[in-house]
Structures are given as C-alpha cells and as structure tokens.
Design a protein around this ligand. Sequence first.
Ligand code: ZN
Length: 266
Amino acid sequence: MDEKKKDIDYEFMAVWQAFYRRHNANFFDVFFYDREKLTNEDIKRVIQKVSDFFQLPVPVVQDKCETIAKVMTCEDASECELYYNWQMMTRAGVNNKDSLTLVIVHEMSHQFLYHTRFMLFDNEMWIQELAADMLVGGFSILGGDVGTGKYKYALETLPASLTHPEGKLRAKIVEYGRKYAWDLITIHHYHDVKDLLKGLPAFVYGHYSELQESWEKVSIEDVAETPFAFGENVDVEALPNNTYGTRLLEDYIKRIKEKQNENNGQ
Ligand SMILES: [Zn+2]
C-alpha cells in the first residue's frame, strides 16, 4: 500500500469514528475528541438556523452571561434576548458546533413555548425544561443529524434545583425526543415543531414517581438551608404566581412556615 492511500484510509477512519461517537456522553469522548473552534460568525449562523427552525425572529444576542446560556423570553418574540458564555460552555463540555447548537435550541424553545402550559406536574417550570430538552432531541434528528453526546454529558452533571429537574432525567428526555421524532417521521405524522411534544405527557407520567420524589427532596432541602426571610404577616394567598403559572412562591413560603412551626415544636 503506498503512503498516500494509507493517509486517506486514516482520514476516512477518523471521520467514521467521529460519526459513531457523536451521541456518546462519556468524559473522554466529550473532552478529548471533536472539539471545534467557533468564530462569532459561526455562532451567529447557528442562532439563525435555530430561529428558522422555530419560525421565530432572530433574538437580540449578548455574548456575556454569568451562566452557560440563558434567554429572556418576551411576549413580542422579536424582543427576546439570548445570552451565552462560550468559555463557560467549553469548560462544561459544550465545545463544538453541534453541542452549541443544542444549547441554543434549548434556550429558544423557551421563547417558542412562551404561551404553552403543560400542567402535567406540580412544578410547571420543570416540565418546561423537559419540553425544551425533548425539542433538543427532536432537533438533533430534524436539524440534520446533530450529535447529542456533549450536550447530554453537560446535562448529566447538573443536580435538580427549584427551577430545573435532575440533569440525568433531562439527558434521558433528549434520547426520548430523538426516538419520538424518528417515529413521527417514519409514520409520516410530523407536520410542525409542536408535534414533537405530543409524546411529552407519556414521558412525564412514565417518570412521575421519580419526578415527585426528586421535587419533594429539592424543595425541602432548599427550605432547610434558607433562613426565614419573610415577615410573620406575609399574606400567602395574595402572592403573585410566577412566570410559568405555578404556585411555586406560595408553596415555598408555606413550607418555610411549616418548617418554622416544626422547629418551634408546635
Ligand atoms: Zn431551560
């Protein structure tokens, strides 16, 4: 075999291996392989592509952010603001175009779902997050075979919080979203992006006890760590509902009061 032929084979092998590991969420594949340097122009193009997918106007973009990425959704979608921090992303394992794309898909999903309430669980915010990650899975199929490994890896490191369910469950719904999208296409039932979410209730009910246990733990742990910071006379009933239409703040203060009563031995 001459030298040239050998080089071509290696090149082909490298492409083939990258193709086969693109959905792997392990440390080595995430941090040692398939990293890419992206320019601001590349990032702009990704945001354009994702906006087109959702048929949303391109958001106002800020490349400074204290977290990996966040979105300020708005009634008027043209005023939606998208923030990202590329350095923080690469440290978390989001270090190439595919994984960046999926982060943007997740954030833009929140604008896409601005008027949608699922009402499947006590904490609507958690379901909104799962819906966004289900759309990430769907996009990875419909947006042209986008690798999910690095995105899932970054998720899997995140614990549950008041606003987000456990990262491991979020990574699971990415996979579920991929399978669901694939099934929809196969049986010719895909018409638009919202179709991708028809399978969301099945996932939520299939993981209901897991969600409930996790939520119970998170809300109690959070209360236990928070010193009582509200006056005695908070009118709980008069508190505003939060952004996603849950009674989170109200429930939270009720829990604090219960906890305080317990501590006082009542
Ligand atoms: Zn989110």
